[in-house]
Design a protein around this ligand. Structure first.
Ligand code: CA
Length: 317
C-alpha cells in the first residue's frame, strides 16, 4: 500500500483531486495538510474538511500549515474559484475538525515514521514543503517522492504570461523544493488543458448521475466554469489538481516525460514565478546538461481519455 500526504490550498479543483485520492484502494492517505493559495488558509482547511466529509471513503487527519508565503504577501485566486474557493454556493459546513499539530511538524513526523515510503502530492503553493525542508532537511531526504502540480510545464503561464499560479504565489518556496534533491515529478499546467478538462457533456452526465461526490465536484467548480466562459467563451472546467492526482494514482496516464533541470525565477518581478524547464537539448548558446544535473521528471503528455474515464469511475462509485 502506498503512503501519501497531500498538501493542498483547497479550492475547487483540489476538491476533485482529494475525492480521487480518498477513494483510492491502493493508496493510504496518511494526512492532508493545508496551505494558503487559492484561498486564505482558514478556507483551505474548511474546504478540505468539507471534501473529506462528503466523500464516502478514507477519512485522514487534517493539519493546518502556512498562512502566508515565505517572503511575500498572499495572492489568492478567489476571482477564479469563488470567494470561498468552492463556487460560493454555501456548501461549506464541515463538522470534522483539524488537528492541533502544525502541518510542517506533521509532515516531518510522518516521514520519520515511514522513512523512504512517503510520497507527497503538492496541489498548491509549496510553502509547507519548503518550511519542512528548512526545518529538518535530513528528515525530508527520507521522502520517497514529491509530485507537484505546478509550473507552466512547456507552455505559457496562467497567472502571468510566464508564471503558473502555484509557483507564482511562493516562488521562493518552489526554488527551495527544486534545489532539495528530493525525487520530484512535475505535472505542469500545459498538460491539464484541452481534452483533460471537463466539457459540457461531462458536466451534464455527472450532474444527472445523482451521485453525491459527482454533483459536489461539479457544483464546487461553478465559479471556475463562469471564469472560463467569461475569459474564453469555453464551457469547460479545467482541473489541474485532479490531473496531477491522476498521474500519481495511475502512473500509466503519463504518456511522455523528460528528465529536466528546472529553475524557479525569483528575482525579477516580470519573470517572478516562471520555472525554466531545461530538457537538456543543445541550443545555440546553451550546452544541454553540461553545467546542470536534471532535478525533476516533467510530464509532457497524458492519456486524457483514460484519465477522464478513471476519474469518472471514482466520482460515480
Ligand atoms: Ca490547488
Amino acid at each position: 500500500m502506498r503512503r501519501i500526504i497531500i498538501d493542498t490550498d483547497c479550492g475547487s479543483d483540489d476538491a476533485v483531486a482529494l475525492i480521487m485520492a480518498l477513494k483510492s484502494k491502493n493508496a493510504h492517505i496518511e494526512a492532508i495538510t493545508t496551505v494558503c493559495g487559492n484561498v486564505p488558509l482558514e478556507l483551505a482547511a474548511k474546504n478540505a474538511l468539507m471534501t473529506i466529509e462528503i466523500t464516502n471513503a478514507q477519512k485522514p487527519q487534517l493539519y493546518i500549515g502556512a498562512s502566508k508565503p515565505l517572503m511575500r504577501e498572499l495572492v489568492t485566486a478567489v476571482n477564479v474559484h469563488g470567494e470561498d474557493g468552492m463556487g460560493d454556493l454555501d456548501l461549506i459546513h464541515p463538522s470534522l475538525a483539524s488537528e492541533k499539530e502544525h502541518a510542517v511538524d506533521a509532515i516531518l513526523r510522518i516521514v520519520e515514521c515511514y522513512p523512504d515510503e512517503i510520497e507527497i502530492v503538492t496541489i498548491g503553493p509549496v510553502t509547507n514543503i519548503a518550511l519542512a525542508i528548512m526545518k529538518d532537511p535530513a528528515t525530508m531526504k527520507k521522502v520517497k517522492h514529491i509530485y507537484s502540480m505546478g509550473t507552466a510545464g512547456f507552455g505559457r503561464g496562467n497567472t502571468t504570461p510566464v508564471a503558473e499560479f502555484n509557483v507564482y504565489v511562493d516562488a521562493e518556496a518552489y526554488d527551495i523544493m527544486l534545489r532539495s534533491n528530493i525525487p520530484l515529478t512535475i505535472i505542469g499546467f500545459d498538460v491539464c488543458l484541452g481534452d483533460a478538462a471537463l466539457n459540457k457533456n461531462d458536466m451534464e452526465m455527472l450532474m444527472a448521475s445523482g451521485k453525491k461526490e459527482a454533483i459536489f465536484a461539479i457544483q464546487c467548480n461553478r465559479s471556475l466554469l463562469e471564469y472560463n466562459l467569461k475569459r474564453s467563451g469555453e464551457h469547460i472546467v479545467d482541473l489541474p489538481d485532479a490531473v496531477a492526482m491522476g498521474v500519481v494514482l495511475w502512473p500509466e496516464l503519463m504518456l511522455d516525460s523528460a528528465e529536466c533541470f528546472c529553475k524557479a525565477c525569483i528575482i525579477d518581478p516580470s519573470t517572478y514565478g516562471q520555472v525554466i524547464v531545461d530538457d537538456g537539448r543543445v541550443l545555440a548558446v546553451s550546452d544541454g546538461f553540461v553545467n546542470h544535473v536534471p532535478n525533476t521528471i516533467v510530464c509532457k503528455s497524458i492519456d486524457n481519455e483514460t484519465f477522464k474515464s478513471k476519474m469518472f469511475r471514482f466520482l460515480l462509485q
